[in-house]
Design a protein around this ligand. Structure first.
Ligand SMILES: NC(=O)c1ccc[n+]([C@@H]2O[C@H](COP(=O)([O-])OP(=O)(O)OC[C@H]3O[C@@H](n4cnc5c(N)ncnc54)[C@H](OP(=O)(O)O)[C@@H]3O)[C@@H](O)[C@H]2O)c1
Length: 266
């Protein structure tokens, strides 16, 4: 029996992905700060911002199963507000969860994957890592950082037969929307723009793809003999990301601004 470890498995995309892997016969370990309730999943608690807590979790898993075949770095969160008024604390926190969380888990699992001679690491990034969204700047920046971290480490660990990739889902209907930390402090100069921008984003998320679909795609990609470097999920997002490679960056930035910027508003 193969083993997959999924961070952020108590909700949304991670939970749905855990269900698919379980159905396909994997031993599934779910890591989060809470203990999940789904049958057949082994939950271990850890905060991804703590390397020590992840190190302990992977040690325990390695003692229970012969191999750790796949790690899915899915735990993540969002913040919103203008860059100017984001608190240093919030900016650090989102980087701690979304970027250092991925770093911590990769750092903890790689020794086991190297020793067993194989492994796959799938980092859940976002389309926002390619197309940076106003008033979600720090979220976009963390996902861009995950993309770049992945591009480099993929090359570093290739000789160990460890493959690393990014999956960039478009909007998905999950509790992510509810869990987003909204900054409403000191935003007087931005007027209603933040609210309107967030409204567009939240509506897209809540009308987004079901997490069950995203879970199935993540499973399908994970089974490829050779993992691609990037996989975008969602037809319209594939088109956006594809076009953004060829169109001038200023044009792409203006298009994003016309959807989320409300630059003509007070
Ligand atoms: N929803 C979307 O539209 C969308 C689009 C693109 C990418 N994504 C990405 O997909 C991933 C999953 O998001 P989701 O939509 O499924 O969100 P979600 O429903 O809010 O789930 C987030 C998961 O992360 C866990 N988590 C959060 N902080 C953690 C921490 N410090 N340590 C350990 N676990 C932590 C949560 O569990 P606990 O609270 O129990 O710790 C939960 O299981 C994120 O990386 C997100 O950026 C989402």
């Amino acid at each position: 029996m193969k083993t997959v470890v999924i961070t952020g498995a108590t909700s949304g995309i991670g939970r749905a992905t855990a269900a698919v892997f379980k159905e396909k016969g994997y031993q599934v370990y779910g890591i989060a700060r809470r203990v999940g309730t789904d049958e057949g999943i082994k939950y271990l608690t850890a905060d991804v911002t703590s390397f020590e807590s992840l190190e302990a979790v992977f040690k325990q898993i390695s003692e229970e199963v012969p191999t750790i075949d796949i790690l899915i770095n899915n735990a993540g969160m969002g913040i919103s507000g203008s860059v100017e008024n984001t608190t240093t604390e919030d900016a650090h926190y989102i980087f701690n969860v979304n970027v250092f969380g991925v770093f911590n888990a990769m750092k903890a699992v790689i020794p086991y994957m190297r020793a067993q001679g194989h492994g796959k690491i799938i980092n859940i990034s976002s389309v926002a890592g390619k197309l940076s969204i106003p008033f979600q700047a720090f979220y976009s920046a963390t996902k861009a950082a995950v993309n770049k971290l992945t591009e480099a480490i993929r090359i570093e660990v290739k000789p160990f037969n460890i493959q690393v990739m990014n999956i960039m889902p478009g909007d998905v209907k999950t509790d992510f929307t509810k869990n987003r930390r909204k900054n409403v402090q000191n935003e007087e100069y931005y007027g209603t723009r933040i609210e309107k921008s967030l409204e567009v984003m939240e509506k897209d998320e809540q009308n987004g793809m079901p997490s069950s679909y995203v879970g199935k795609v993540i499973y399908r990609v994970s089974q490829k003999r050779r993992l691609p470097l990037y996989k975008t999920i969602g037809f319209k997002y594939k088109i956006f990301v594809g076009l953004s490679k060829f169109l001038p960056s200023r044009f792409v930035n203006n298009v994003v601004g016309s959807i989320y910027g409300f630059t003509k508003e007070k």
